[in-house]
Write a protein that binds this ligand. Structure first.
Ligand code: FES
Length: 509
């Protein structure tokens, strides 16, 4: 049995469950969920002398008595998706009985023993042994897990606490509300989060509703609500196999107020230039929320074989992008109350790539998630440094959260791109990606590259080095042709001379 070190034990005290993404040398992904059931002993444990090593094979970790205390730390690891129909187990309920503890799937409530993985229904899931040992190299207590079968040299790609950090308070209840968000100019929400007539029942219906929601505050609130419903099994289904899945809009609408901007970014100076940057970054995040919903709504119905894990990954992405939007608009409001979100011009260049890739899931994953989003990994450190130099530590903290999340988004792009390559006859992901970029991109894929973070996401240099897109004007127009841009992107084009003076390289490559 092989074990992989995942974290110092102390780091697991911040949350009670974590999602783990592992990748093997062969490029296979495996997602696990870790449940930590300890409770009151955490702070005591934190301050006591280094404990002795302890090892337990069945997932339960109960260290020996130390300083007269018996710690009750129980760490369990199992598959992150339910073996029944693939629900995300990160929101499973934990139920403790006299002699066993089970995780109850949020979708159909099958229960799985955390130690054996067995369910009373007869199904079973894989569980993984856990060890907690003191590392002699640094005397720090560390957690190790058994690695999955079917791969070598597994690496931990992501260890993500199951919780969401938002700058805004949690969404209002699903009743009609009137809320004015002070961080967004003219952003008065008068519609309910859940429409009173014909409320969405499937994930596909929610995706299309959110794509059609112009108000950014409401878009964020609906995203949070829909993802919560999906994770906790309160939707009828994903709905991508239904013949009545609604079509997504060609271009998600934007609020009228964005066409009546009050601030010319070219004229703002000094500290306000940070506001220009925050405004531009928030705009990118608003499009990114739509892109996450669009990939589900546009390609779900044409790919009925997409498993629930695909929708888990992209709903997580939608939620992350909502969090980012919320963090950035909140920072904008704090640093420059006179230039709230919506007061400066925005553009829709990110959606141009969405239109160009609307015909193919493979192309969408390659261009949006492995070119645009990977470029974000390259430029974010420079943006963070700029905020740091300006002494804006809160924006630095927000950008660091965003950057860490973006690594996982590129990981998701890589995971589903390679999944698709395997489905389509085991074609080579590197060669296929390069071909997609050649056909769907213009000009060089520019560096300098953040090799380390790209590599964490699965993008080795073979994917992107010396790569050039050869899409010509004609190809571009042809690909865009299927879209009605007349009422979408064109309306968002900037009026001269009001143009952002900064380049958001995340989009403009
Ligand atoms: S019980 Fe988990 S998906 Fe049905």
């Amino acid at each position: 049995m092989k074990f992989l070190q995942i974290s110092p034990f102390k780091h697991l005290l911040s949350h009670s469950r974590f999602l783990l993404t592992l990748r093997s040398e062969q490029g296979k992904y495996h997602s696990l969920i870790l449940f930590r059931l300890s409770s009151a002993s955490e702070t005591i444990w934190d301050h006591r002398p280094t404990p002795p090593s302890d090892t337990v094979r069945d997932g339960r970790v109960t260290p020996p008595k130390s300083d007269g205390m018996l710690e009750n730390r129980q760490i369990y690891v199992m598959e992150s998706t339910c073996p029944h129909l693939g629900a995300d187990m990160s929101h499973a309920e934990i139920e403790e009985f006299e002699d066993t503890t089970v995780a109850v799937c949020p979708w159909h409530r099958y229960d799985f023993d955390l130690r054996t993985g067995k369910s009373e229904t007869g199904l079973s899931t894989c569980t993984y042994s856990v060890e907690v040992k003191t590392d002699p190299a640094d005397d720090v207590e560390k957690v190790y897990i058994e690695t999955p079968a079917g791969g070598n040299n597994w690496r931990l790609i992501e260890l993500r606490p199951v919780s969401e950090e938002f700058a805004d308070p949690p969404p209002a209840p699903s009743q009609p509300i009137v809320q004015i968000n002070p961080v967004i100019s003219g952003s008065e929400v008068t519609e309910p989060v859940v429409p009173t007539t014909d409320p969405p029942k499937t994930l596909m219906q929610w995706a299309v509703l959110i794509l059609n929601t112009a108000n950014p505050t409401l878009k964020v609130m609906r995203t949070r609500h829909a993802v919560q419903l999906f994770r906790t099994g309160k939707l009828d289904s994903i709905g991508h196999r239904s013949s009545s899945a609604p079509p997504p809009p060609d271009v998600p609408p934007r609020e009228e107020s964005f066409l009546r901007n009050t601030v010319n970014p070219g004229k703002v100076k000094g500290r306000k230039s940070l506001a220009v940057m925050l405004h531009a970054l928030a705009n990118v995040e608003q499009w990114a929320i739509d892109l996450a919903w669009d990939i589900m709504a546009r390609f779900g119905p044409s790919h009925p074989d997409l498993p629930p894990a695909f929708f888990s990954d992209f709903t997580k992405m939608a939620l992350d992008e909502s969090k980012h939007f919320s963090l950035l608009t909140s920072r904008l409001s704090a640093t420059s109350p006179t230039t709230p979100y919506g007061s400066m011009p925005v553009h829709a260049s990110l959606w141009e790539s969405a239109t160009i890739t609307s015909h193919s899931l493979r192309s969408r994953l390659a261009i949006i998630h492995l070119v645009h989003e990977a470029r974000g990994l390259d430029v974010n450190p420079g943006t963070i440094e700029r905020f740091r130099r300006a002494g804006d530590s809160a924006s630095v903290a927000a950008m660091e959260i965003i950057h860490a999340d973006e690594v996982t988004h590129v990981t998701s792009g890589h995971r589903w791109f390679t999944w698709l390559c395997e489905k389509e006859g085991n074609i080579d992901p590197v060669a296929t990606f390069r071909e997609e970029v050649r056909r769907g991109w213009r000009g060089n894929v520019k560096g300098p590259f953040n090799i380390e973070d790209r590599e964490k996401a699965g993008l080795t240099p073979a994917f992107y080095e010396h790569l050039m897109g050869e899409m010509g004007d004609e190809d571009m127009e042809q690909r865009k042709g299927a879209f009605n841009l007349g009422t979408g992107l064109k309306d968002l084009s900037l009026e001269e001379p009001v143009k952002a003076q900064i380049t958001v390289e995340y989009e403009r490559i």
